[in-house]
Design a protein around this ligand. Sequence first.
Ligand code: GRF
Length: 203
Amino acid sequence: MKKRVGILISGRGSNMRSLIAAASLPGFPVEIVLVISNAINAEGLQHASAAGVATKVVSHKAYETREAFDRAVTHELEAAGVEIVCLAGFMRILSTWFARHWEGRLLNIHPSLLPLFKGVHVHEQALAAGVRVSGCTVHFVVPELDAGPIIAQAAVPVAIDDTPDTLASRILVEEHKLYPAALKLVAEGRVRLEDGRTVFSKG
Ligand code: GRF
């Protein structure tokens, strides 16, 4: 049985597209059943619809608290029978309630080699630190921002003349490969969250 996956976006949705593309391949253990955006003008929404995936807009502006918004998003996800949630450029800070509710079933991709360079302006942080490699991380989400147990990482070199944009583009190429690979592992039950750690099964 394929796992039912929902994706949360706020913008361009290129990682969402890579997940939708992977899920369309035979044998991929996931069906993308719903894409939710908090922003009505998120470019990714059109791409999802064009690919035949159901979309919903849940505007955070309609809710007084983060948790009320997160409960409304959860209501939509659960109505669609979602089992695993992928954050893909979802620009809202999550409530503790949401992270706990979806614990072990909630993934995020971040464009650095965590635990380095959490939060925003990630590539600026990397260039300011002078690192010679950077990359991306897929991790289970916990209440603390960008702090969850790591599932997979990919590294890229940092060029001496990189700008935040050139570094971001080089990392994005890897993100599009890493996120589907990490989701596959979780969907197949080969990776899981146990006692706050990522556990890998052999085989
Ligand atoms: C990606 O770099 C992702 O790692 C970060 O936000 C960006 C989203 O890009 N969380 P996209 O919307 O998937 O194109």
